[in-house]
Write a protein that binds this ligand. Sequence first.
Ligand SMILES: [Ca+2]
Ligand SMILES: [Ca+2]
Ligand SMILES: [Ca+2]
Length: 210
Amino acid sequence: MKVLSKLISATCLSVSLCGGVQANLIDNGGFENVGTSSPLGNYGSASTWQIYSSIPEWDASQNVEIWSNDFIVDAYEGNNVLELNAHPGDPNGQFSIFQDFETVVGQEYQLTFAGRKRQQNSDESFSVSVGDLTDTIINQAFGSWNEYSYSFVAVDVLSTLTFTSKDGGSDTTGNIFDAVNITSVPEPGTLALMLLGLSSLVYSRKQTAK
Ligand SMILES: [Ca+2]
Ligand SMILES: [Ca+2]
Ligand SMILES: [Ca+2]
């Protein structure tokens, strides 16, 4: 029985299901942590919106803009959201944010995030890529948060999640994001192994109770 209980423990660890919730592989996916660097310029205020050259856990090709306290739109979660189109360091560049995270080649993952556009009469588009996934959203919906959900397969031991505005660096208004989340999808074989372990545990308890 010791061997069996060790097997069950190892299975629980490998699929992280026994704890109930899959861990988010993206850090600061809700943009709540803006770090300790001072915001750039004299834009906005700490209670509305500010610009940063970067924020913790994310890399960025340009400055990024963080909105707080339901400025213009209600946050999808927490207090902060990110507007990808910030005041640019390079007006000819593109706005991208990206984050690396460790993955298992061939493993399936799920990506979810919330997105919306800022202005009704603007044509806001962006691309998202990670693993074997690349998608472009043409003209995000206006007026409420869209809940995006994708599955993808990792093709390397380090994957990069990237969001890029399709508008150039001189377009300072546009695509807003919150609640970026990536979790691994348990493989059927692993689930079956875990269920086998659990059923064996139930059986062994019944035997002990006799
Ligand atoms: Ca947030
Ligand atoms: Ca902006
Ligand atoms: Ca725009």
